[in-house]
Design a protein around this ligand. Structure first.
Ligand code: ASP
Length: 342
C-alpha cells in the first residue's frame, strides 16, 4: 500500500463481467476472479494501488439481503485501509444492491462504485474494460486528499449515477441503466466531467456506521386494471407481513372501489405500512392531485414520491430493520435518507 496514490479495493461478487461460456450448454457461468485480472493488464497503468477480494461469485439474480450484508462487511472491515471501493456485480440486480448498500452504509465519506458489463471481459467486443477502468478512476478521484465522490454510485457505459436512483432498463444495449429522476453525477468522454452540484454531501463529522438488519417481510404489488380482490387479499394475508409497496398508476392513482380502499385501511389500522410508488419510470407520486389518490392519502398511505422500485424496496427493508416506531415511520420514509427521493 502506498501513502501517495489512492488505495482502491476491488470487490468481485459475480455477474457477466467475470463469466465464461459453458462448453456443453453455451450458458454463461461465473469463473475464478483471479483470472479476471489477468485479462486486463491495463489496470497496472492506473495511478492507484488496487487490491482485490471476492466472496462467492454469483449471477446477481441469486442476490439476497444476506449477501448485501457480506458486501457491507467487506467495506466495513477495509474502510480505514482504502480510499475507495469498486464493486463488480451482475447488472440484473445491481440497482437493488446499490440502493440497499446506500442505506446500509451510514455517514459514508468514501466512494463505493458499482459496475459490471453486458458482455464478459474476455469477449472481443466487451464493454467491461471501459466500465471497470473508469469506475476505478472515479473511485480514485481526490481533491486535497479528500475523495470527490462520497456516496454509493453506479458506473455504466460512460455515465456515473447515484446508485439508489438507478434502474436496469435494457437487457441488450451497453447503455443498460437509467436514472430517470436524477441527473448523472459524472459523464466520461474525452474528460471525466463531474457534476459537482449533484453529488451527495454526507455528515462527514459523524462516524461511519453499517446497518446490518434488513427485514424482508414485505411485498410489492403492481396494480393493473382488473386485478382481483382475491389476489390483493392473499398478499395481505401473508404471515408476518410488515409492509406493502403498491405500484400505482401515473401520479399515484388507483381504483376507488370500496373493497380495495377498505382492505388497505383495515391493514394500515393493524400496523402494516403501505407505500405508494408510481409505475411510470419518470415523475412523482402526488397523492391528492387526482380524486383517485385522495382516499390513499386520507387512510395514511406513505408517499414514495419519485423513488425507484429498487430503492423503495430496500429502504423499506432498511427502515423496518431499524425498528422505527409506527408513529414516525411514515414521516421517516417520506424524507430522503441518501438522496434517493426529491
Ligand atoms: N445475469 C447477469 C447477472 O446479473 C447479467 C449481468 O451481469 O449483466 O449476474
Amino acid at each position: 500500500m502506498s501513502e501517495s496514490k489512492p488505495n482502491i479495493l476491488l470487490i468481485y461478487t459475480g455477474g457477466t463481467i467475470g463469466m465464461i461460456r459453458d462448453f456443453k450448454t453455451g450458458a454463461l457461468k461465473a469463473f475464478d476472479f483471479k483470472t479476471l485480472l489477468d485479462k486486463i493488464p491495463e489496470l497496472q497503468l492506473l495511478d492507484c494501488n488496487i487490491e482485490t477480494v471476492s466472496n462467492k461469485p454469483i449471477d446477481s439474480s441469486n442476490m439476497n439481503p444476506e449477501y448485501w450484508v457480506e458486501i457491507a462487511e467487506l467495506i466495513e472491515t477495509n474502510y480505514d485501509k482504502f480510499d475507495g471501493f469498486v464493486v463488480l456485480h451482475g447488472s440484473d440486480t445491481m440497482s437493488y444492491t446499490a440502493s440497499a448498500l446506500s442505506f446500509m452504509l451510514d455517514n459514508l465519506a468514501k466512494p463505493v462504485v458499482f459496475t459490471g458489463s453486458q458482455l464478459p471481459i474476455g469477449d472481443l467486443r466487451t464493454d467491461a474494460k471501459e466500465n471497470l477502468i473508469t469506475s476505478i478512476q472515479v473511485a480514485s478521484l481526490q481533491k486535497d486528499g479528500i475523495p470527490v465522490i462520497q456516496e454509493v454510485c453506479l458506473y455504466f457505459e460512460y455515465k456515473l449515477y447515484r446508485g439508489n436512483r438507478t434502474t436496469k432498463m435494457n437487457a441488450e444495449h451497453f447503455e443498460a441503466f437509467a436514472s430517470p429522476n436524477y441527473n448523472e453525477l459524472a459523464v466520461s468522454g474525452v474528460h471525466l466531467k463531474v457534476n459537482k452540484k449533484y453529488l451527495f454531501n454526507p455528515h462527514v463529522n459523524k462516524p461511519f456506521k453499517v446497518h446490518k438488519n434488513l427485514n424482508s417481510n414485505i411485498a410489492l404489488i403492481k396494480l393493473f386494471p382488473g386485478i382481483t380482490k382475491g389476489v390483493i387479499q392473499s398478499v395481505f394475508d401473508t404471515p408476518n407481513l410488515r409492509a406493502v409497496i403498491l405500484e400505482t398508476y401515473g401520479a399515484g392513482n388507483c381504483t376507488t372501489e370500496s373493497w380495495f380502499i377498505n382492505l388497505l385501511e383495515d391493514r394500515i389500522t393493524n400496523g402494516v405500512h403501505i407505500v405508494n410508488i408510481t409505475q411510470c419510470s419518470k415523475g412523482s407520486v402526488i397523492m391528492g392531485h387526482y380524486e383517485t389518490s385522495n382516499s390513499l392519502k386520507e387512510i395514511g398511505v406513505i408517499s414514495g414520491k419519485d423513488i425507484t422500485t429498487e430503492a423503495a424496496v430496500t429502504k423499506l427493508m432498511h427502515l423496518l430493520g431499524c425498528n422505527i416506531s409506527s408513529e414516525i415511520f411514515k414521516t421517516t420514509y417520506e424524507k430522503p435518507l441518501r438522496g434517493e427521493m426529491t
